[in-house]
Write a protein that binds this ligand. Structure first.
Ligand code: HEM
Length: 251
């Protein structure tokens, strides 16, 4: 089933009958599939709550303002070569100094596509960081880079980077869909976040890119029982990169 309406998406995300599609639990320790079987993102019930608590605790020790300043400084230092900056900054804050394997591990994190490269990257990360830190790095990597990528073309037109990022999240979500399993029927449900974020019942002129819209209730960070625990961190990292790009280009 495909859900495209905002209200229906909210209802599914708030209903415990819908769970993330289960992932395999029989993988060899230290592989990508093993990691997916041990993170909050793909678990349910009490296990999910306990794992989520661990990442939330870790996030609480990070100061978004410091992440933003560090992302800005590193983007300037690298003369606008911003790829990898959010993850390096987040890694440094979590005490993980070498985040080079994150991109390869993150490539299969959501899809579950198992490759020798992804397995080797996960093993390398687990050798230098604990599970909550690795979870945060893998969860954040692709979505934060995609958010920046989607916002950069409009950077010259909009002064307020936070408003630009907020509207980019709604209009061009870096994460375009999320899935659930209906535990009553066994049906898989796909939530189309692009469509829900343009539901005309919720957003006036939904196709118009309008940073002045304010705090519009987009669903790009999820909602309900298991929303993204790190919107402030993601926005801080992205805002820091955009500021660095703007300053570096003299705009
Ligand atoms: C623009 C960037 C980001 C977007 C759009 C985003 C979006 C999301 C969404 C939609 C979910 C929930 C998935 C679902 O319910 O099916 C989620 C979960 C999560 N996100 Fe983010 N995220 C972003 C950045 C980050 C960053 C930077 C971190 C870490 C610092 C992070 C950590 C997490 C974690 C740990 C979860 C799992 C929560 C749980 O299992 O309860 N995210 N994210």
């Amino acid at each position: 089933m495909l859900i495209t309406r905002h209200a229906e998406a909210l209802a599914v995300l708030a209903d415990p009958r819908y769970v993330p599609p289960p992932v395999r639990q029989d993988a060899r320790e230290g592989t990508l599939a093993w990691l997916r079987a041990h993170v909050s993102r793909f678990s349910t019930g009490e296990t999910h709550a306990a794992r989520r608590r661990l990442v939330v605790e870790r996030l609480a020790a990070l100061d978004p303002a410091k992440l933003r300043a560090a992302a800005r400084a590193e983007t300037l230092e690298r003369r606008g070569e911003w790829r990898g900056v959010p993850t390096r900054v987040l890694g440094a804050a979590l005490g993980v100094t070498d985040t080079a394997p994150v991109a390869a591990a993150a490539a299969g994190y959501l899809s579950g596509e198992e490759t020798p490269e992804a397995d080797a990257a996960v093993a390398a990360l687990l050798a230098r960081a604990d599970l909550p830190a690795v979870t945060l790095l893998l969860q954040g990597h692709n979505a934060t880079e995609a958010l920046i990528e989607n916002a950069v073309p409009r950077l010259g037109d909009h002064g307020d980077v936070e408003a630009l990022l907020r509207e980019t999240l709604r209009h061009d979500p870096p994460l375009r869909a999320t899935r659930r399993l209906d535990t009553r029927t066994g049906d898989e449900v796909t939530l189309d976040l692009v469509a829900a974020n343009r539901d005309p019942d919720v957003f006036a002129g939904p196709g118009r890119f309008d940073p002045a819209r304010g705090d519009a209730p987009h669903l790009t960070f999820g909602a309900g029982l298991r929303p993204c625990p790190a919107p402030a961190h993601a926005l801080a990292l992205a805002a820091g990169v955009l500021e660095g790009l703007r300053e570096g280009s003299g705009r």
